[in-house]
Write a protein that binds this ligand. Structure first.
Ligand code: HEM
Length: 126
């Protein structure tokens, strides 16, 4: 079975997806509730999400090669993440997947898996 990494189109597509995701977060006020949690410069976040997703999607483990275990939940503890922030993150990613032409079936599968990851990042009620 092919990994989602190959199904979406490999390295260039993962980069494109992350670029779209953060461009949307940066420019559409709909996502201001999570944009404000990030530093003014999104450059490092763009790089790290790209490196992480490469491995998470079943491609090269670029993040762990450079930084070791991602410890994602611990790294997100400084930010207030409730259901509102979780759902904004997921909505932004879903839109980025649609706008970069991720195959419909692949997108649905990834949305389910991303929900679990994002929900596990919640550290506040509401
Ligand atoms: C649930 C809602 C989420 C919110 C509000 C959120 C927010 C953030 C923020 C504010 C940062 C710090 C970025 C900076 O340096 O300015 C960050 C880092 C990061 N996030 Fe999230 N995030 C969420 C979910 C996720 C999910 C679902 C993933 C993975 C699928 C993810 C992957 C990452 C990675 C890899 C980093 C970089 C970690 C590092 O410093 O090495 N995040 N996130």
């Amino acid at each position: 079975m092919q990994a989602p990494y190959e199904l979406i189109g490999g390295d260039a597509k993962v980069r494109e997806l992350v670029t779209r995701f953060y461009d949307l977060m940066d420019t559409d006020p709909a996502y201001s509730g999570i944009r404000g949690l990030h530093k003014p410069d999104l450059g490092p976040a763009r790089d790290k999400l790209y490196l992480f997703l490469s491995g998470w999607l079943g491609g090269p483990q670029l993040y762990t090669e450079r930084f070791g275990h991602p410890m994602l939940r611990a790294r997100h503890l400084p930010f207030r993440i409730g259901t509102t922030e979780r759902d904004l993150w997921l909505a932004c990613m879903d839109r980025a997947m649609r706008e970069t032409g991720v195959d419909e079936n692949v997108r649905r599968g990834l949305s389910d898996a991303l929900f679990k990851t994002a929900d596990w990042m919640r550290n506040r009620d509401g």
